[in-house]
Design a binder for this molecule. Structure first.
Ligand SMILES: C[S@@+](CC[C@H](N)C(=O)[O-])C[C@H]1O[C@@H](n2cnc3c(N)ncnc32)[C@H](O)[C@@H]1O
Length: 267
């Protein structure tokens, strides 16, 4: 991570996670909206959404490329990335602004500790699946609700309003990712943070093409307000919106709901 004239410039995707409470705020959901649904969190990272939901009897799976690594390595990376991010925010106070930065970082450590305990204890049980957009190891329509936060939009190239110092996550990647998220969802997909990252966040240039891609896949799309303080919402509250894509008529799961959701996964 480096800085440039008050702007974040990320060389690689940070392994950085959030708590269940933060997820509910970020995705504008409540626990009732998760109950009775098979939920997938893509780019789940070292967050505690999966662990906290499983502890409440909810049916949630996380997916992330880093889950292929051993627990000690990814927890160490999670701690290093939280510390590095804190230092960058301290040096660039105008680039991201939070109402309570200390509370923000406390929540990151809570999330990492809960993730670490759950990830270690579950081992190969299958709730932490190694997988990578734009090709996920799941059957068509395997999940009722698919969530994905803080990979899409934020890791777009700098020139396109993202923070990434590279072109891995360009518009073509985003459109392929949308097609994949639409494929594994039976009913609904939610993606927060549909804004650029800078001193004046505005609607992200990928937002409209992504909405059109969902519509082509048979979804109805709307943008709804997020309740989460993501560091940009103080700068422009109106920009802090979630893309919510809903199938017009929820399709049955391809497997009739009986087969496991995962296909050929190693965790
Ligand atoms: C900043 S973290 C976000 C974690 C969590 N979703 C949150 O909002 O707190 C981004 C995550 O994306 C994962 N990631 C990187 N490339 C990916 C890809 N191609 N497909 C899926 N996840 C990816 C990283 O390993 C990392 O855990």
């Amino acid at each position: 991570m480096t800085e440039d004239a008050g702007r974040f410039r990320l060389r690689q995707v940070a392994f950085f996670g959030r708590t269940l409470d933060e997820y509910l705020e970020m995705f504008a959901l409540d626990l009732g909206a998760l109950r009775g649904r098979r939920v997938l969190d893509v780019a789940s990272g070292p967050g505690s959404f999966v662990a906290e939901c499983l502890a409440r009897g909810l049916d949630v799976t996380g997916c992330d490329p880093q889950y292929a690594r051993d627990a000690d390595a990814i927890v160490a990376q999670g701690r290093a990335d939280v510390d590095a991010c804190r230092e960058q925010i301290r040096r660039n106070p105008e680039s991201l602004q939070y109402a309570d930065i200390d509370a923000f970082y406390r929540a990151k450590h809570v999330a990492l500790d809960r993730f670490s305990a759950d990830f270690r204890s579950r081992g190969g049980e299958g709730r932490y699946v190694t997988g990578c957009l734009p090709a996920l190891p799941f059957a068509d329509r395997a999940f009722d609700l698919v969530l994905s936060a803080n990979l899409l939009m934020i890791y777009a190239p700098l020139a396109d309003g993202g923070m990434h110092d590279g072109f891995d996550f360009d518009l073509d990647f985003h459109l392929r990712a949308v097609t994949e998220l639409a494929r594994v969802a039976r009913h609904e997909v939610r993606i927060p943070g549909m804004h650029t990252w800078g001193r004046m966040p505005v609607s992200h240039p990928y937002c409209e093409p992504m909405m059109a891609q969902f519509e082509n896949a048979g979804y109805t799309v709307e943008l709804v307000a997020s309740r989460y303080d993501d560091g940009a919402s103080i700068l422009n509250p109106a920009s802090n919106r979630i893309l919510v894509a809903t199938r017009s008529a929820p399709a049955p799961r391809a497997d009739g709901g009986t087969a496991p959701a995962t296909v050929g996964v190693d965790r």
